[in-house]
Design a protein around this ligand. Structure first.
Ligand code: DGY
Length: 430
């Protein structure tokens, strides 16, 4: 027993060391080499980890992210503060034309939820006022989603590049990507394969499509009206929709705490629109929440870890929840570790290839939070215990095989370290 406690203390110390080593001065890179810049949702999750030992540094992480916010409220997915030839596509490819160089696409908006959590946990007036100063910026970002990415009659959030989902190569994007014209893509050299095993990364075809979409956005001058209405990839994403829905609930909570009564009516309307959007994402045939191509109207039909975020978003009628329960029972009976990013019973499942099977600890964090809030304590405990076990046995990898627990992708990963400290590490065991 003493040995286990010591071992966990060592892991806590290692997690803090990873955050400090990946700290580049006010912002944290996801991991050295593979991702040498500031990534949007990585940073926000990382703030939860910093907050366990340095609240001021946690605030700084989110403040630096919002320093790169565009005038229309958009918050980019990568902030390029300096050029690093080790990463492709870098700022010279994106050509966003902003003072702080950035990409032209966004990522899942977890900021409102994390800021609300940090505000609630903090007892420092100074920290709370720094967090309160982020509120109008987050509100502007949410408004940007509603203005550019939530079509009337759909209600769900449309992504215009698979990278916006954060679930880059999920099989959910295979069919909607098939019509992306890659014939004009200029020759390029991938850099990710210098840092990670090719079997764990997206394929060449995936990359050609990613770059074609970057070139489309760049040619459109990153005009989000044009990209959102006529881009070649426009998919209502189940992950980002559930995350924005939850973030809206948390922003309402924060607005109440901060006395921002004037915003409440607007935020409630946004919430109702997103709730309607989850029905657009319900696939009756497959009996699951999943992404849906807005160009063809077709659902992906896939059960992914994002499908179960309905609990985090607190949506789903009785019948929908029963069907999700049947999926949980089926998958949890066969997976050694929960929750795979793609359905293990589907032929596209791949235990080590990025978002086609591996477990992602930040998604597990959101899932466990939602399960707990919905009274699904056993599910929440299973997810937390599995996350704790794979990290303590295999280290702070980017992702993990649901079959062997083996780590995949980059190592010494900031958000995995942050989740250990803030959620699944032994110090948080309930
Ligand atoms: C990458 O480069 O793999 C990133 O996921 C893009 O956001």
């Amino acid at each position: 027993m003493v040995r286990t406690v010591d071992a966990h203390r060592d892991i806590d110390a290692r997690a803090r060391d990873i955050l400090r080593a990946n700290d580049k001065g006010g912002f944290t890179v996801p991991t050295g080499g593979l991702y040498p810049y500031q990534w949007n949702w990585d940073s926000v999750f990382v703030a939860l980890g910093f907050a366990t030992f340095d609240e001021s540094r946690a605030c700084r992480e989110i403040e630096t992210l919002f320093e790169a916010q565009w005038d229309d409220g958009f918050v980019p997915h990568i902030i390029f503060r300096r050029n690093d030839p080790d990463y492709f596509p870098g700022p010279d490819v994106w050509q966003a034309g902003t003072d702080i160089p950035t990409s032209g696409i966004t990522q899942p908006p977890v900021a409102a939820s994390v800021v609300n959590t940090l505000w609630t946990r903090s007892s420092s007036e100074e920290i709370r006022s720094r967090l309160a100063a982020l509120y109008p910026k987050i509100l502007a970002w949410h408004r940007w989603f509603h203005r550019f990415r939530i079509p009337d009659g759909c209600g769900a959030v449309v992504i215009t590049h698979p990278w916006e989902s954060g679930r880059d190569n999920s099989p959910e994007w295979d069919a909607p990507s098939a019509n992306i014209d890659i014939s004009g893509v200029q020759p390029y050299q991938r850099r990710d394969l210098q840092h990670a095993d090719a079997d764990m990364r997206p394929t060449k075809l995936d990359y050609d499509r990613y770059i074609a979409l970057v070139e489309f956005g760049r040619n459109a001058g990153w005009d989000h009206d044009v990209i959102g209405s006529s881009g070649p990839f426009r998919v209502a994403d189940v992950g980002i929709t559930m995350i924005l829905l939850r973030a809206t609930r948390d922003l309402i909570d924060l607005a109440n705490r901060l006395g921002r009564d004037d915003d409440l009516e607007e935020l409630e309307a946004c919430l109702q629109q997103l709730v309607m959007g989850t029905n657009y994402l319900w696939d009756e045939t497959a009996g699951t929440f999943c992404s849906r191509d807005t160009i063809t109207g077709r659902h992906s039909g896939f059960v992914t870890n994002a499908s179960f975020l309905n609990c985090y978003a607190a949506v789903g009628n009785e019948e929908q929840r029963d069907k999700m329960t049947a999926h949980w029972e089926r998958i949890s009976a066969s997976a050694n570790y929960m929750l795979p990013s793609h359905d293990p019973d589907d032929s596209r499942f791949d235990a080590l290839r990025y978002w086609r099977g591996p477990i992602w600890i930040v998604v597990n964090y959101m899932l466990a939070k939602g399960f707990r809030e919905q009274g699904l304590d056993e599910w929440a405990e299973r997810i937390a215990a599995d996350s704790r076990k794979i990290i303590s046995e295999h280290g702070f990898n980017e992702a993990f095989s649901p079959i062997s627990g083996e780590g995949s992708g980059g190592s010494d990963f900031s958000w995995t370290a942050a989740m250990w400290l803030a959620w699944c590490g032994a110090a948080n065991e309930q």
